[in-house]
Design a protein around this ligand. Structure first.
Ligand SMILES: [Zn+2]
Length: 501
């Protein structure tokens, strides 16, 4: 920046300045809006979107839609164009959902010597977590341990082979006995990793209840089965069920993993599970989509997409998970970058699409819907960049699929020139044989060039799908730098004459 041109621009204002050097004006503009991205504004938006009025933004609920409208309102205020259905900011799709009205209960029956029964109750969320897609009602039955809840005849593996679970409560673990998601063999097991599959298989075998050993946190990514009550189970009731049986869950699983021989058995213990839920089969939800249209007659057909999920896991009868780190952090960073890009007035030759995704927590539904109903053709999409859980730490991370590893250079340059954070860069691919657990992997599996922006070296505790995940679970300062990274690298990427992938 030459001092003379800086002075001129400051005195006359940008629109009337006659710069001696066009690059200086560009850089001034660039820096003005770079510095306008503030952690204070970011913190304010975080508080808004994590507010109880949005009730944990469970996709399908009116509160989620209210949060989507708030986001769209911001796009509109900043002059970001709608890119959704019929000229709106919304891309709608069907999305049945379940509301958990009350926490419910979990009790273990303890038979006494005199023939009476004492019921030991447990408390949520430490001991159990209400199933976010549970059927409504109360069931009392014997607990049957069924390992991974998997029936895979082609793999000669069946957790239900030697047990009868009709009218019983099944106790099972997430995942499958085959562990290496990088091994092509894993592909044969992947369909059995889905929570949906496990619930449906339990119901098919006649179970009326399902106790799921899956981190004991909110998980709406499981099938709704009207006739089956589902609850996440924590360490204490699990230990109580195994008490006196001479075995435990971990030892049994290790044995199954080693031998691929199921070890299912009836525990002889009785449990009462109660859930209070309402199903909404008529639910609909949406992605929020806005764009800055490219200015170059040819290059405007090419689009850079940046996305992150707006939905979170909701509120289970008072257990509100506001979804701060997961993933208000991602969408708010996209918003902060979008505002600066739009306000700067810097022309972008290529188009930028901002995609705030709905239904991620229920099974990546919003990204699946987008890839089946793309707003811009896949062949014209430069890359899809995903943000999920950014904003906890002191460093930046950028990763890219093999197909677009060259694009990481734009992020490295932005960081080394203006931001100066430690940055981890990975270009190793990202594809694996496991169950896809992020929107980015949905795009990658569909053949898009895909990138991921993250933060590293976390400094705050992570409350994954738990009530602690609110706006205080992030550090706004690193979020500011993530937004700045997007802003800077997008200006370069959108304006490069040719992109090196
Ligand atoms: Zn997430």
């Amino acid at each position: 920046m030459r001092f003379a041109s800086l002075l001129l621009v400051l005195t006359l204002g940008i629109s009337t300045a006659v710069p001696s050097d066009a690059q200086s004006t560009d850089e001034l503009l660039l820096l003005k809006h770079f510095h306008s991205i503030s952690s204070e504004e970011i913190a304010g938006w975080m508080a808004e979107i994590c507010s109880p009025k949005y009730n944990g933004r469970l996709a399908g609920t009116p509160e989620y839609i209210a949060s989507a409208e708030w986001m769209a309102g911001k796009f509109s205020e900043w002059g970001i164009k709608p890119a959704g259905d019929n000229g709106s900011y919304f891309q709608w799709f069907d999305h049945p959902y379940t509301v958990v009205n009350e926490i419910g209960s979990l009790q273990l029956h303890l038979p006494q010597k005199d023939g009476s029964v004492i019921k030991k109750g447990y408390s949520a969320p430490a001991d159990f977590y209400p199933g976010m897609n549970s059927g409504n009602g109360e069931v009392t039955a014997e607990v049957v341990w069924v390992g991974y809840g998997t029936t895979a005849p082609e793999l000669n593996y069946d957790d239900y082979k030697n047990v009868d679970v009709k009218g019983k409560i099944v106790l099972m673990n997430r995942d499958v006995p085959f562990k290496d998601v990088r091994d092509p063999e894993y592909a044969k097991w992947v369909r059995y990793c889905y929570h949906q599959y496990k619930a449906e298989n339990a119901a098919k075998h006649g179970a009326i209840g399902m106790l799921y050993i899956d981190g004991n946190s909110a998980n709406p990514n499981i099938s709704y089965i009207e006739s089956m009550v589902v609850t996440g189970i924590g360490p204490e009731p699990l230990a109580d069920i195994f008490a006196g049986l001479g075995k435990d869950n971990k030892t049994l699983l290790d044995q199954v993993d080693k031998t691929f021989k199921p070890a299912s058995f009836a525990t002889g213990k009785t449990v009462t599970m109660k859930a209070n839920t309402t199903r909404h089969p008529e639910g609909k939800t949406c992605n929020v989509v806005g764009m800055i249209e490219g200015s170059d007659p040819m290059l405007k057909d090419e689009v850079i997409i940046i996305g992150g999920h707006l939905d979170a896991v909701g509120n289970a009868g008072g257990l509100l998970v506001a979804g701060g780190f997961d993933n208000a952090s991602g969408v708010i960073d996209i918003m902060a970058a979008a505002k600066a890009l739009a306000a700067s007035g810097i022309k972008l030759k290529r188009t930028v699409l901002f995609l705030l995704i709905g239904g991620e927590e229920v099974g990546l539904l919003g990204s699946k819907f987008y890839t089946k109903n793309p707003i811009f053709p896949k062949e014209k999409t430069v890359t899809y960049i995903n943000l999920d859980m950014v904003g906890n730490g002191t460093g930046l991370g950028v990763s890219a699929s093999e197909t677009c590893k060259g694009l990481t250079e734009y992020f490295k340059k932005a960081n080394s020139t203006y931001i100066h954070r430690p940055m981890r860069v990975s270009t190793s691919g990202g594809m694996f044989y496991g169950r896809p657990r992020s929107d980015g992997l949905v795009f990658l599996a569909d053949g898009y060039r895909t990138m991921n922006i993250s933060t590293t070296d976390g400094v705050k505790p992570v409350y994954y799908h738990l009530p602690g995940d609110d706006e205080t679970a992030v550090t706004p300062e690193i979020m500011e730098d993530v937004a700045k990274l997007i802003y800077l690298s997008f200006i370069e990427m959108a304006n490069a004459d040719t992109l090196t992938y």
